[in-house]
Design a protein around this ligand. Structure first.
Ligand SMILES: Nc1nc2c(ncn2[C@@H]2O[C@H](COP(=O)(O)OP(=O)(O)O)[C@@H](O)[C@H]2O)c(=O)[nH]1
Ligand SMILES: [Mg+2]
Length: 331
């Protein structure tokens, strides 16, 4: 049986192989994904972001467990993708004090994958996207994507999800990391984890006001300034929930909020809008990479670098450089 058929039939080994191929950006991987692509579009893609140490990995494990073992009905097949390289998921086993989550590993209907390396060619978001597409085609739903909420790349990954959870933990000072990092606009659901620690109430209130303020502000902003805002954010009241990931407290409510958000995206038509915007970004990023690569193959690195040098010496502006590159690339 060929690889794609094996993936579709639920073969975990084949899936793992495909994910490695996609991660290393091999042409065979891209070819396989093209065949699988029509089978995607089922899974609920859930992004989980926030500062390191806020409890994302714990919370993701809890959520996965909740989806696997619902109070009523059959459990879902759950996939976890950890884009955060420090996250303690290693091929299904979870390290350290997360022993209680061991029942996730060894469950054939849970697939856990850590991204071994940051994508090179297509960028982090595009590589993650390919992995998630493969998991989607393989029948996992939901797919939980954990990232660090530190930079632009993570915002891009968040934008890739249908529903984004921003996780915050109470801090000693007044500072709320998620607000400082400017990732709050990307949130569909905000979670104050470590609700058992002092300062949780303060964090909850601070985040609630930030959300209200953020909403009031971004309605008036031009789209390009609404950095993290995603299509369909209107008409959804971003809930701020408290959880204790170590005990599982509040996780059911979080799951409820996720399902409500999925429903909102479906009924408002925002799901299609988000998909379109995500694909536009992804295609644009891939195209950019390919164009640069094509130029380098055709004209060599020397010409490229010498034009950059012209810009360094202020003889040409970056825009002029691009114009020349494009003119030469077309020849
Ligand atoms: N007190 C308390 N500690 C927690 C809670 N959730 C996670 N932790 C601890 O916080 C640390 C970081 O958790 P982790 O999930 O790795 O955070 P991540 O870096 O955001 O993925 C671990 O030692 C957890 O045991 C919580 O709700 N309460
Ligand atoms: Mg983590």
């Amino acid at each position: 049986m060929v690889l794609t058929e094996r993936v579709l039939s639920g073969d975990r080994l084949a899936l793992a192989r495909l994910l490695s191929m996609l991660e290393s950006e091999s042409p065979e991987g891209a070819e396989a994904l093209a065949l699988l692509y029509p089978h995607t579009g089922i899974a609920h893609r859930i992004g989980v972001t926030g500062p390191p140490g806020s409890g994302k990995s714990c919370l993701v494990s809890r959520l996965a467990h909740a989806y696997r073992h619902p109070q009523a009905g059959a459990g879902s097949r759950v996939a976890i993708v950890a884009v955060d390289p420090t996250s303690p998921y290693t091929g299904g086993a979870i390290l350290g004090d997360r022993i209680r989550m061991r029942d996730l590993s060894g469950d054939p209907d849970v697939f856990i994958r850590s991204m071994a390396s940051r994508g090179t060619l297509g960028g982090l978001a595009a590589t993650t996207s390919s992995l998630v597409d493969a998991l989607d085609a393989a029948g996992f739903d939901p797919i939980l994507i954990e990232t660090v909420g530190a930079g632009q790349a993570e915002l891009e990954v968040a934008r890739m999800a249908h529903s984004t959870i921003v996780v915050e933990a109470p801090s000693l000072g007044d500072e709320i990391q998620a607000i400082k990092a400017g990732i709050l606009e990307a949130a569909d659901i905000v979670v104050v984890n470590k609700g058992d620690l002092p300062g949780a109430d303060h964090a909850l209130r601070a985040l609630q006001s930030a959300i209200e303020l953020g909403l009031a502000v971004s309605e008036d902003l031009p789209p390009e300034l609404q950095r993290g805002r995603k299509p369909g954010a209107q008409g959804w009241q971003t809930p701020v929930l408290t959880t204790v990931a170590t005990t599982g407290e509040g996780v059911e409510r979080l799951q409820g909020a996720l399902m409500a958000h999925r429903q909102h995206l479906r009924s408002s038509g925002a799901l299609v809008e988000r998909e379109r915007s995500r694909l536009r970004t992804e295609v644009g990023a891939l195209l950019q990479v390919q164009l640069v690569e094509r130029f380098l193959i055709r004209h060599g690195n020397g010409r490229y670098e010498s034009l950059i040098e012209e810009a360094v010496l202020k003889r040409k502006s970056p825009r002029q450089v691009v114009r020349e590159l494009l003119a030469e690339g077309a020849g």
